[in-house]
Design a protein around this ligand. Structure first.
Ligand code: AMP
Length: 290
């Protein structure tokens, strides 16, 4: 099936409503900002695995970037992204312009007020308001049965799951594993900003999380001890001033003192001018999942 590229909201909505009317058709939505890599492609594969028709969006959402962030330099390799989506079997690609999504006069925003304050939300005021607004709009346009998000952005995924529950949106949220480079660095569109020296330093994020995982597996349950070990490992890699190194409850995203099942160790570090995030989940069964 040839992938169809749609840029207008009414066209997309009409097409998706027609699909939804077909018996047995389940729409599996993968929202992205483009510059696609294996992490994004794993989400497309996951919705296919669930028996859904994959629909991808490419939209660099201006309202989730702060004034000093990388909105204008965010990479937009459109033809490359189209090729990858088509290769993965995406049926539709929705790629609206910023004017299409936010015509002048747009004055309604969706804000989550409990999970959004800490971690990345503390350092990026307004970021999650931008995310929850665009995801709500995209869900209205695409009307998906299932939408897939990566655990790479763990706070975002939790906020979106909570958003859909609180606003009674009829969509299932699928949270997918983190896809990593061979040395463990979490894949990210922003990795391409890194100089060779910074790229070598960046492995410090996953090394810090491995350190925390090892400590936990050897019986350490003090969050403070895990945080100290992660900070120390970051320091050894020359990553001196992390934005945050946190140990939180995976559901509430509130800091915990004791580490156990459903705990998230999360960190954000500026490597040069590039902000990177990563996390380790201790799942409900008590297993460490990078
Ligand atoms: P982005 O284009 O950065 O907004 O990401 C779009 C989706 O891909 C989000 O749900 C991300 O969490 C997910 N994603 C990005 N990087 C990865 C990765 N390395 N592994 C799994 N999912 C990812």
């Amino acid at each position: 099936m040839v992938m169809q590229i749609i840029r207008s909201i009414p066209d997309m909505q009409k097409t998706m409503l027609a699909l939804r009317a077909q018996p047995d058709c389940r729409i599996g939505f993968v929202p992205t900002m483009g510059c696609l890599h294996e992490g994004h492609l794993s989400l497309i594969r996951q919705v296919r695995r669930l028996g859904c028709l994959p629909v991808v969006s490419l939209f660099v959402n201006p309202i989730q970037f702060g004034p000093r962030e990388d909105f204008s330099r965010y990479p937009r390799p459109f033809d490359h992204d189209c090729r990858l989506c088509e290769q993965e079997g995406a049926a539709y690609l929705f790629a609206p312009s910023a004017e299409e999504m936010y015509p002048s006069g747009a004055s309604v925003f969706v804000e989550e007020t409990k999970l959004s304050g800490g971690l990345c939300g503390a350092a990026r005021p307004g970021h999650f308001r931008g995310v929850t607004t665009v995801v709500t709009k995209l869900f209205q346009i695409v009307q998906p049965h299932v939408a897939a998000f990566g655990r790479k952005d763990a706070q975002q995924a939790r906020i979106i799951a909570h958003l859909t529950a609180c606003l009674n949106m009829p969509v299932e949220i699928e949270i997918c594993p983190i896809v990593r480079e061979p040395d463990g660095l979490a894949m990210s569109s922003r990795n391409r900003y890194l100089t060779p020296v910074e790229r070598a330093q960046s492995v410090g994020l996953v090394e810090a999380l491995r350190e925390a995982a090892g400590l936990y597996r050897s019986g350490e349950t003090g969050a403070a001890a895990l945080i100290r070990a992660m900070e120390e490992r970051l320091r050894q890699q020359g990553l001196l001033i992390p934005e945050y190194v946190a140990v939180v409850d995976y559901a509430s995203l509130q800091p915990v003192e004791t580490v156990g099942p459903s705990t998230l160790c999360a960190l954000a570090v500026k490597v040069g001018s590039t902000r990177l995030i990563d996390n380790l989940l201790i799942n409900a069964a008590g297993e460490t999942v990078l």
